[in-house]
Structures are given as C-alpha cells and as structure tokens.
Write a protein that binds this ligand. Structure first.
Ligand code: ADP
Length: 462
C-alpha cells in the first residue's frame, strides 16, 4: 500500500477543521485514510545560513512536515515570482506583472529546498501530489535527487493562453520542468486547451489523446479535474440555530428587504471595482430599490506587501465611500464593505440569508465561493447566483445567471433579474446547480485525481 504525500506552499492546520476550507479538510481526510505526510512552509521567516531543519508533527497516520524560509526566499519566491509574475500572468493581467532579477532564481531555489527537505522522508511506494503555481518545478528538483515515485500536480489557478505565458522570460524552462510530473491536473477544459496549444505550437510536442501529451521526451497525463466543495459541511453550517439567529440579526432593525452578497479575498482578479460600479448603476436605474436592497461585500486583505493589492484596496474604499455618500440615508447604508475574514459558519449563514450571490471575477481558476453560495441556500426558497463567465465554475454552473464582469450594464441588469426572479425559476435553477455540485464534490475531485495518479503505482484508496 502506498502513502500519500501532499506538498503545498503552506501546510494546513489539520486540527483546526472548523475554520479551514473544504480543500484542507478533503486532503486531510485522504491523508488520514491512507496515511502520509503534508509537507510545506511553516509560515515562519528565518535568517539565512544553514539549510532549514524539517519540523515533524505526527498525529496518528498523518505527519505534517514543515520548513521555514528566509526573508529573501519570501521576497523572491513567494511575493516575487509566484505573486508578481505567475499569479498575474495566469490571470491574464500582463499589465500587473513585475519582474526583478532575483525572482526566478529564488523560485528555483525554494523548489529545490522543498525537494531536498522532502526527499529523505519518501519511501519508494509513496505517491506525491503537489499543489499550485508555487511548485511548478518541484518534480524536476525531486527527480534530480533520484525520485522515481509517481508525482502529480494540480494547478488551482488558470493556465494562460500561450500568447500570455510567453511574457514570462523563463516560460519554456517552467513548462519543461512541469513535464517531470506524471499527472498534471487543471481546473477546466479551457485550461487544458491552453496547455495543449502551448505544447503543440511552442514545445514541439504532441497531443496523443484526450488525456495524454508528449513533449521533452516524456509522456504525461494532462486533463481537467474541476475542484468541488464539501457540500454537506457547508449546507449544514447554513442551517444551524446559530445561523438562524445570524440571519435574524442581518434583518433586524432595518428597512432593507433584500440582501446581495459578495465574498472574496481582496484580489484584483475578483472584479470588485466593476462589481461596485455595477451596483451603483443598478441603484441609478432602479430607484424603487433604494432603502430596500443592500450589497454586503466581505473582502479580507491578502498579500498586502504587493503594490497592486494596496492599489485595489484604495480604489474600493473610494468607490464604496462615493456610493454610500450619494445614495445612503440615515437609515440605509447601500453598500456594506467589510474588510476582514469571517468564520465559515457565519459566511454560510450570510449566504443563506442573501437573495443574490455575486461572484464576478475577471478571471478565476474555479471559484469555490460560487459553489458555497449554492450549497448554503434553502432548497424551497433559494437565492440566485450571478456568476462571471470567466470563473472556471461557469463551465459547470450554467444555470447561474452568467455575466460578463467587464460589462457594468450586464451585471446591473443581472442584479435586477435575480431580485425579480419568480420562485419557480429560482428553485429550478438551484436544483440543477446543487445536484451538479453534489456529484462533483471535493471527495470526487480528490478520488478522480488520485485514481489517475496511482495507476501504474501500488494501490492508493484515499
Ligand atoms: P481564492 O482561492 O482565489 O481565494 P475561492 O473562491 O476559490 O478563491 O476560495 C476562497 C475560499 O476562501 C472559499 O472557501 C471562501 O469561503 C473563503 N473565503 C473567502 N473570503 C473569505 C472571508 N472574508 N472570510 C472567510 N473565508 C473567506
């Protein structure tokens, strides 16, 4: 029997299940089933010098193994190459790309440090599953140390069209390194097709069939595994007595009859300024909703050291102030903008208590909030999901109201359509959405990926 080794930039706190997301729980469950290791950065920064020692924490069949990184690693690999180069390029934002000479070397170095620290912990039958854009060259570093294990990679963010990928000076090196994995998972068919285009047109490679590609002397599996959520966990969190009382508080002492909600990390990919402008447009077009509707936007800051994130924050504060100044009254705040994270069960309650969920990223790998909003609704009286056509989730969730997030009028109209939608249509759309989300949940995602990864390797039953 094989052990499962999960590798990600940060290691989730497997004991804090209540607050952690579905992904951490799903991967934690898989580890508990087959036994294994979750390896990654411990979140600590240290002075340079000696190679960092691995800290291990054993809990039954599951070990977390972590290493710190240096300030320089953090600057060059994490803030630099990962978040000022790969993140904007993969989200189609070449205007926000920022290169510095040390970034790429830092990225290679940290991938190498991760591989060097993990290699001694690996057994020959282990199956290794690395996550996300921080670890593109991880397999190549591990192979250089002699690793023969099955190595899988899942990219949680979009894979960009080749025309954009080519803006990264070292893009060829990165794609070649990626081929040291045996299985490469993407969120959507669109990502797979972008990847295929690069392989065929720029890597002298070949698409062998729907699942397999050949390039750089290697044949690997590359296909879409759309990620899901733990539907019951989220649905149950929305139905507790505490959730009822939170919804009651949401509605108490207010003239507002309908709630629109948005929940996102404060990221320039999420389309927040466009969403605020669309809400302003909606209010301009529909004075009948004044004092009757409110938009609650929950957006905790992330990556505050990156300039583009400080800029978006400033822009949103300006927009929300202007909207509230123009339309608000002593008894009505049209836009409630909360700049902090909330417990997951509070989010579930707020989703359930909101007639409309706005998920309008300019580009998103999948977007789990879209699925969480659907999971939290009352089946007999569900709210309406307004979803960007540029979220990976739109490939599956076609019964949502699909909008173009660049088109302010389209979004303003969708808010009106959602608020006016008859019960029968809401129920019909919701039941189609929830059944798809239930079938393709996070356990299905994990099992599908691990089944493919384990083919040719000893049994992994997680
Ligand atoms: P991303 O991974 O880009 O942040 P996703 O929508 O795929 O986007 O996942 C975001 C996750 O973080 C979801 O599970 C969501 O519930 C959670 N989340 C987002 N905003 C908040 C918040 N303000 N408080 C708590 N959790 C949040």
């Amino acid at each position: 029997m094989s052990r499962l080794i999960i590798v990600s930039n940060r290691v989730a706190d497997l004991e804090a299940q209540v607050q952690s997301g579905g992904l951490a729980v799903a991967l934690g469950d898989a580890l508990r089933t087959v036994g294994g290791i979750w390896f990654g950065w411990d979140g600590k920064l240290v002075e340079g010098g000696e190679p960092a020692a691995v800290s291990k924490n054993e809990n039954g069949a599951v070990t977390t193994a972590t290493i710190p990184m240096t300030e320089r690693d953090y600057e060059e690999y994490y803030l630099g190459f990962a978040n000022k180069v790969l993140w904007p390029v993969c989200h189609y934002r070449l205007d926000l790309v920022h290169f510095e000479p040390g970034y790429f070397e830092g990225y290679k170095r940290v991938n190498c440090n991760f591989a060097t620290a993990l290699a001694p912990l690996l057994a020959p039958n282990d199956v290794v599953w690395a996550h996300d854009y921080h670890l593109i060259s991880f397999a190549s570093e591990l192979r250089a140390l002699g690793a023969k294990q099955r190595l899988g990679f899942f990219l949680h963010i979009p894979f960009p069209p080749p025309e954009l990928l080519q803006a990264i000076p070292t893009h060829e090196w990165l794609v070649e390194a990626l081929f040291q994995f045996d299985v490469i998972g993407f969120q959507t068919e669109n990502d797979v097709s972008n990847f295929h285009r690069f392989i065929e047109n720029h890597a002298d490679g070949e698409i062998l069939d729907d699942d397999r590609v050949r390039a750089y002397g290697r044949t690997v599996i590359a296909r879409a595994f759309p990620i899901g959520i733990d539907v019951d966990e989220f649905a149950n969190a929305a139905q507790t007595p505490e959730a009822d009382s939170q919804i009651e508080r949401l509605n108490r002492r207010t003239v507002v009859r309908s709630h629109i909600i948005g929940v996102d990390r404060l990221d320039y990919t999420k389309g927040l300024p466009e969403r605020f402008k669309a809400f302003r447009k909606f209010l301009e077009m529909h004075p009948e909703h004044w004092k009757a509707v409110t938009l609650m936007q929950i957006a905790p800051p992330t990556r505050i050291e990156v300039e583009a994130y400080a800029n978006i924050r400033e822009e949103l504060e300006g927009l929300s102030g202007a909207i509230n100044g123009e339309f608000g009254d002593f008894d009505w705040t049209p836009l409630r903008y909360v700049h902090r994270a909330m417990p997951r069960d509070t989010l579930a309650a707020l989703f359930r208590g909101s007639e409309v969920g706005l998920v309008t990223p300019l580009r998103d790998g999948m977007n789990l909030v879209a699925k969480e909003y659907v999971a939290a609704q009352d089946e007999e009286d569900p709210g309406v999901l307004v979803l960007s056509k540029f979220a990976g989730a739109a490939e599956e969730l076609e019964e949502a109201l699909i909008v173009n997030p660049y088109d302010i009028d389209d979004m303003a109209n969708a808010m009106q359509t959602a608020l006016r939608m008859p019960l029968e249509e809401r129920v019909e759309r919701h039941s189609a959405l929830i059944s798809r989300i239930r079938t393709h949940d996070v356990a299905f995602w994990r099992k599908s990926f691990l089944k493919v990864l384990a083919e040719g390797a000893p049994e992994v039953v997680a």
